[in-house]
Ligand binder design. Structure first.
Ligand code: HEM
Length: 415
């Protein structure tokens, strides 16, 4: 049995916070191995990256999700009792609920709402002077996603709800007040949405037929029971929060258009080029650093032993930057996707494997669709300037974003 390379430090939590997205990749290169062991939060942990490791990680016979996610992530980002932490038939049942919402017609409707809102906002942006794209899109996507799921949102509450969703997204890797803001935001949002689910069920505030709110409020589990109100709220947040999080990818797409201006003409009215561009944004820019699971029962893999119950972290960022999969991974080159068949274990910013059977992101098609529409809006619907500003991405900060969320100015409508 080969011995698994091991981090020397007794605990690497601080090193993980210091290195951020590069933590696993740097060590893999140091040990010349895509698997090594370490200790995170004092617990023995195995870290993995690369395509074979991704295929292994998404084998639900070998790994489970229950108790894998650290509590600080559950209390902010994901919530407790939601689809992310389920296994077996409980997971496939709950996941089927999500996938039933992701029909082509529903994805088109969300996209249409997004385009309409974008066009409607341009006059205000024209009048506004400098605009933080991340903040503006946060509010825009909040309005759009509440309308899409069928949840009421008065105009006066849009800004607060956007701040609340951003607080949950940013909190897991932060310490101090910003982490606590994320916890508080989740607690308040779950309480409010649980009350909405109740009003929907009692008919006081009926959900629009076929809406995501109706699907979740009326969903029955394998035993025929409705979801507890709080769990239904967690699952509603599993739609609201990540749709708003697409603003990060759109800010990255705008950054890529700024850094590679030749692509502005290449993507215009060219669906294939836009798709390749968007895929490269998802590969290149940092988003979720890693996914966590636990070994379901002991097994050996490539000469390494995986003991039952051990926490395992799959490096999503590092796999998207693996030199074997992606030659010259630190170059932004959308053309690498031209004619390339991407299998389910290679490009994994939103997880790998199968959408229905495993934990791969339920919102991947939505994300790609919204990003493509955003690129079209940034290159054809309006013009703008990018003033001099600090656009450095700090890969030690999770999530990484340009410091001011990318400021644009002198916005004017073109069509
Ligand atoms: C903003 C871009 C997004 C990124 C980077 C992202 C990333 C991810 C990742 C890494 C996972 C976990 C994979 C795993 O545990 O193995 C995940 C799961 C999930 N995502 Fe996304 N996501 C995004 C957008 C969305 C959207 C737009 C939705 C819904 C509208 C969504 C809904 C979900 C759900 C429900 C899960 C849980 C799936 C499961 O556990 O089976 N995500 N996402």
């Amino acid at each position: 049995m080969a011995s698994m390379p091991a981090d020397r430090s007794p605990d690497s939590t601080l090193a993980l916070l210091r290195s951020g997205y590069r933590f696993i990749g740097e060590r893999c290169e140091r040990y010349d191995s895509d698997v090594f062991r370490t200790r995170i939060l004092l617990a023995p942990t195995i870290c993995l990256r690369g395509r074979p490791a991704t295929e292994l990680f998404y084998d639900t016979e070998r790994f489970q999700r229950a108790t894998a996610m650290p509590l600080r992530v559950q209390r902010t980002l994901t919530g407790r009792g939601g689809v992310q932490g389920l296994d077996g038939t409980e997971h496939t049942d709950r996941k089927a609920m999500f996938m039933s919402i992701m029909t082509p017609a529903a994805i088109r409707r969300l996209g249409q709402l997004f385009d309409d809102e974008w066009r409607a906002r341009i006059p205000a942006w024209e009048a506004a002077g400098p605009v933080s794209l991340y903040d503006e899109l946060g509010r825009l996507l909040t309005r759009v996603v509440y309308a899409w799921v069928g949840a009421p949102l008065p105009a006066s509450q849009v800004a607060d709800r956007a701040v609340e969703l951003h607080a949950m997204i940013e909190a897991p890797a932060l310490v101090g007040p910003r982490h606590w803001r994320g916890r508080l935001a989740r607690r308040r949002a779950e309480r409010r949405l649980a009350a909405l689910v109740e009003r929907t069920r009692t008919g006081l505030a009926p959900a629009p037929a076929g809406s995501a709110l109706a699907v979740i409020a009326e969903h029955r589990d394998g035993r025929g029971d409705l979801l507890p109100r709080r769990i239904a709220a967690v699952e509603l947040l599993n739609l609201l929060r990540p749709v708003v999080a697409v603003d990060q990818y759109i800010a990255f797409a705008a950054l890529a258009l700024h850094d590679h201006p030749g692509w502005r003409d290449r993507v215009r009215d060219d669906d294939e080029a836009t798709e390749n561009f968007v895929q490269e944004v998802r590969r290149y820019y940092p988003f979720f650093p890693m996914a966590a699971a636990r070994v379901r029962r002991s097994f050996d893999w490539e000469g390494h032993h995986f003991p039952r119950g051990r926490r395992v972290l799959l490096d999503l960022y590092g796999t998207n930057h693996h030199p074997t999969l992606w030659p010259e991974p630190e170059l932004f080159r959308p053309e690498r996707f031209a004619g390339r068949h991407v299998d389910p274990y290679e490009l994994i910013p939103q997880g790998g494997g199968d959408h229905w059977a495993g934990h791969r992101c339920a919102g991947e098609w939505i994300t790609i669709d919204l990003m493509k529409r955003a690129v079209a809006n940034l290159t054809t619907t309006m013009r703008y300037d990018v003033p001099v500003q600090d656009l450095t991405l700090d890969l030690r900060r999770m999530p990484a974003l340009p410091p001011l969320g990318l400021t644009i100015t002198t916005i004017r409508r073109t069509d």
